[in-house]
Design a protein. Structure first.
Length: 351
């Protein structure tokens, strides 16, 4: 268990090297192999990091904890948006090198700041209680939990929408508002910077509610924020007004992304400790499969600007809507699954 810290450090440093190697590319293969390295060394970071969080934070504190952790996604995306401006000034090779150097610096800092898994305390004993062996197969345990099933399916559709936005939304706005590319990059970066604040606030609010025996607020927030984002998405892709489109963009990032830390906290809270690594890996697997499918489909459908607009409306709008509807189901299943998990954990501890 103590090797998790060094697993994260080694993989993060490898990512820094892979990022820097992009600066040496002179052909397609020179770009491909650093990307393959990034994919390999990035895969295990989230499961390992989430495992550390699940052990060091009790259930009623995980929403905010995961909110701060997942904020890195949006801060990184904001910085990526800013690097587009930097690359126009210093060149893309130097930009990759600078990014790799900063990644390496933060990795070195992590050697001193990342803690190994702590020993169980009275507060967190239920969450870190180890079992000698599972009652049934790992897969059977996970797929018999309705909260996990519906959250995974919802995440599949939500990430398909997220990948579609991540890979094609900038292309769409660059064509639709060609005179405002620089302003779009700045607004997009600012919107992404605001998102982590809402992640933490939503996580803190849901933690407070669960601590006061109202766990159903977690799936309610996930459902409402996804469904209410749909009208703003439709408006954003259909309008020809740049200010209106950017206003919708800001609202969607501010509220439509709050589900992510809460949904992760939900499935961790109803998963026994020995299954959490597999559960997190399964969550990421489903997420990236959904994202890959939407990315490939949009690549084939991107034959014109209007076709890209229609494709984004369908993939992104439906992804948000279906995810929101699936989270409605977990409003009823999550409190029951959480109560069942807590009762079984108390029994195992008493034994």
């Amino acid at each position: 268990m103590k090797t998790l810290k060094w697993f994260i450090i080694i993989n993060s440093f490898s990512n820094a090297v892979a990022t820097s190697l992009n600066a040496l590319a002179i052909a397609f293969w020179g770009i491909l192999y650093p990307r393959c390295m990034l994919a390999i060394f990035s895969t295990g970071l989230d499961p390992a990091s989430m495992k550390i969080i699940s052990v060091n934070f009790p259930p009623e504190q995980r929403g905010m904890a995961y909110g701060f952790y997942l904020a890195a996604i949006y801060i990184g995306s904001a910085l990526a948006s800013i690097t587009l401006l930097i690359s126009s000034m210093v060149g893309w090779r130097l930009t990759f090198l600078i990014s790799g150097i900063f990644t390496g610096i933060f990795t070195i800092i992590g050697i001193f700041t990342i803690q190994n898994l702590s020993m169980p305390t009275k507060v967190s004993m239920i969450t870190v209680q180890e079992y000698d062996k599972p009652k049934t197969s790992d897969w059977k345990v996970l797929f018999h939990n309705r909260t996990i099933i519906f959250t995974l399916i919802g995440t599949f559709f939500r990430y398909s929408a997220g990948f579609a936005r991540g890979y094609y939304e900038a292309l769409y706005f660059s064509d639709e508002f060609s005179d405002n590319k620089t302003i779009y990059s700045i607004i997009n970066a600012l919107a992404l910077m605001v998102t982590p604040i809402n992640l933490a606030l939503a996580g803190k609010f849901s933690d407070y509610k669960e601590e006061h025996l109202q766990p159903h607020y977690r799936p309610i927030i996930c459902s409402i924020t996804n469904i209410l984002s749909v009208p703003f998405l439709i408006t954003m892709y259909l309008t020809s007004s740049f200010p209106l489109a950017m206003t919708c963009l800001f609202i969607i990032y501010a509220f439509g992304e709050t589900y992510i830390s809460i949904s992760v906290a939900m499935i961790v809270n109803v998963t026994e400790p020995q299954y959490r690594g597999l559960q997190t890996a399964l969550l990421l697997c489903v997420s990236f499969i959904g994202g890959t499918i939407s990315t490939v489909c949009l690549g084939f459908l991107n034959s014109s600007h209007e076709m890209l607009r229609i494709s984004l409306l369908c993939f992104v709008g439906c992804g948000y809507l279906i995810a929101g509807l699936l989270f409605i189901v977990t409003i009823y299943s999550y409190p029951k699954d959480l109560k069942k998990f807590q009762e079984e954990s108390k029994v195992n501890i008493s034994l």
